[in-house]
Ligand binder design. Structure first.
Ligand SMILES: Cc1cc2nc3c(=O)[nH]c(=O)nc-3n(C[C@H](O)[C@H](O)[C@H](O)COP(=O)(O)OP(=O)(O)OC[C@H]3O[C@@H](n4cnc5c(N)ncnc54)[C@H](O)[C@@H]3O)c2cc1C
Length: 564
């Protein structure tokens, strides 16, 4: 029984249902996606819709997010078949795969070694992106295509070269390294290529042993006195149901809900469960190692006319018709142009050199004034923040979201109360770790350097908009203090809420919630298969990684049950 039909859950259920020796029941809280989700350009205008987004909010941040209402950051998360792959920005990156070697070493399970994991990634890919096909697979279910890019992206790439970095495939030869890259997207014929359409729906059409129940919100896992998970309780259209499992119960409810469901079912830190009157069945550090990939929005950067995307000028109604009929044209973009990744001096000082610690997304456009109502809410910006961000909206301009790839600071996920319909309390503790703050500041300054200190960007008149960010007026423009002020105002998530149920060695590992078979420690027949098992210092919790984990876990489960 599979609880959640998101990126990992869809991939897992599709793979498991290939064997007819058993049946799979998928319980998904959301409904089916609408065709509108397939238009890449509208990524981010879809979030915040309660029909498809769980609409989580963090608690007010003490050191960050000052430019957001109440210092709280929205954490959109898909509540629909396909999960967050229906809401996301479709950027195709495997991310830090070399960290799987650390998982293998930590757990003592060689199946998690990077070389083996890479076979799964390649086996899943149908790659037609910007880079050599030698490092990618073809014929797999995950479709990767090139989006339409703005002109200034070429200059950003050249600027990277000028600064001594290579333009490279972020996934070249496997490990994730420093460099600059054009963006590949999860697209199929120009349309969003999500986990529902790639995995679950084809399996539902052919595998009669796969039953998918939409609008089924799981509220608790039932565990007997023998510490065996045997059933789940769920709500469907206001009615309560119990579903019993003869084999495994598998939580694929995503980075946040899987942990909340474990806590509600008596699996978690015992003092915390006691606070909420929940009997502890297994004392485990659920929610204690939450980490998010996050950073600062930097810009607007201005460039000369015709270089970036201006809504009024570059998108006209016929473009939409062109995309509907051919999947091509200017709306074949998720408004992300490229990425760059560097190892900061701060990371070098602390010996963190095995992977880049800063990863940035170059965005195509300024925040349009016309989209204020939607985007101000989507990101929870204060009105004065949006005023600033949209000031260049009718000019050729762009932003960079500079993020900490694997911050050192941890946050926490806790229950608000024992009501399964409440949202958990999410405190990522953004920028409370001094080393993270120093690294992000370096990243922010580097983003400005790319634009202002390279010939390639000067050729197109690249510059930071010469206006003070509201709330940072007292600092000298472009001083370190000014940039620090900006990053503590425009703090945003990069949507990788990871590590609430980390994989580890076993009960001797104080951080671990699941073992290398993804079994919840101390509980029989209960597993977690989704992004919550990932710790960001091991791997990036990208969409493709979650889908890969679904396939990998299916093989582990078949092995454990000795099934074909
Ligand atoms: C706005 C946004 C932008 C992103 N952009 C990118 C990007 O460009 N590139 C990239 O690689 N990654 C991106 N990501 C991250 C990526 O999409 C996620 O890491 C990944 O999809 C998570 O997969 P998952 O299987 O862990 O969870 P999800 O895909 O979120 O799936 C969990 C599923 O479980 C269901 N569920 C939850 N609770 C219950 C319950 N109680 N009962 C029944 N069902 C339940 C949910 O409704 C959901 O369908 C983005 C994410 C977001 C939200």
């Amino acid at each position: 029984m599979n609880l959640g039909g998101g990126s990992a859950g869809s991939s897992l259920a599709a793979s498991l249902s290939q064997s007819k020796q058993y049946s799979i029941l998928v319980l998904e809280a959301g409904g089916a996606p609408s065709p509108i989700h397939s238009l890449p350009t509208i990524a981010f205008t879809q979030t915040n819709d309660p029909a498809i987004d769980w609409r989580y909010m963090t608690v007010p941040q003490k050191q960050a997010a000052f430019g957001l209402n109440n210092n709280t950051v929205r954490w959109p998360t898909g509540k629909v078949l396909g999960g967050s792959s229906q809401l996301n920005a479709m950027m195709y990156l495997r991310g830090n795969v070399q960290g799987f070697d650390e998982v293998a070493a930590k757990t003592g399970d060689s199946r998690w070694k990077t070389a083996n994991i890479l076979k799964y990634y390649k086996g899943l890919e149908n790659y037609d992106g910007w880079f050599s096909k030698n490092d990618h697979g073809s014929g797999g279910p995950i479709n990767v295509e090139r989006p339409v890019l703005s002109k200034f992206t070429e200059n950003i790439m050249k600027a990277g070269e000028e600064l001594g970095y290579r333009i490279r495939d972020p996934n070249e030869n496997g490990p994730y390294t420093e460099g600059f890259s054009k963006m590949d997207l999860h697209l199929h014929n120009g349309r969003r290529s999500d986990a529902f359409h790639e995995f679950l729906r084809p399996a539902m059409q052919t595998n009669r042993n796969l039953i998918v129940r939409k609008f089924s919100r799981v509220t608790r896992i039932l565990i007997n006195s023998d510490s065996e998970a045997y059933a789940v309780e769920y709500l469907r259209h206001g009615r309560r149901f119990i579903a019993k499992a003869n084999m495994d119960i598998i939580l694929s409810s995503g980075g946040i809900r899987s942990a909340q469901l474990l806590l509600l079912s008596g699996i978690g830190p015992k003092e915390h469960l006691r606070e909420h009157g929940i009997r502890t069945i297994m004392n485990l550090p659920v929610g204690q190692k939450l980490k998010d990939k996050y950073g600062a929005l930097v810009g607007p950067f201005l460039v000369s006319e015709g270089q970036s995307t201006v809504l009024d000028r570059d998108w006209i109604l016929p473009d939409l018709f062109r995309w509907i009929s051919t999947g091509t044209g200017p709306v074949r973009t998720s408004l992300s142009e490229g990425t760059w990744a560097i190892v900061t001096e701060e990371a070098r000082k602390r010996g963190k050199v095995t992977k880049p610690d800063i990863h940035a997304y170059v965005l195509s456009i300024s925040f349009p004034e016309e989209a204020r109502y939607v985007l101000q809410n989507t990101f929870n910006f204060k009105p004065e923040t949006y005023d600033f961000l949209s000031r260049a909206s009718n000019m050729d301009s762009f932003f960079q979201l500079v993020t900490l790839n694997a911050p050192d600071g941890y946050g926490k996920l806790r229950l608000r109360d024992a009501d399964p319909l409440s949202d958990p309390v999410l405190d990522p503790q953004y920028l409370e770790h001094e080393g993270d703050s120093r690294a992000l500041l370096e990243g922010v300054k580097f983003a400005v350097k790319i634009v202002e200190n390279t010939t390639a960007m000067q050729k197109i008149d690249g510059r930071l908009m010469p206006e003070h960010f509201p709330g940072c007026e007292k600092f000298e423009f472009k001083s370190d203090q000014y940039f620090e002020c900006i990053m503590r105002h425009t703090t945003l998530t990069a949507f990788k809420y990871a590590g609430a149920n980390p994989i580890g060695k076993g009960l001797s590992d104080p951080d671990a919630v699941v073992d290398s078979h993804l079994r919840v420690l101390g509980i029989k027949r209960l597993r977690v298969v989704d992004g919550s098992i990932i710790q960001l210092h091991h791997s990036s919790m990208n969409d493709v990684t979650c889908r890969m984990i679904g396939q990998f876990a299916a093989d582990i489960i078949r092995d454990d049950w000795k099934l074909s």
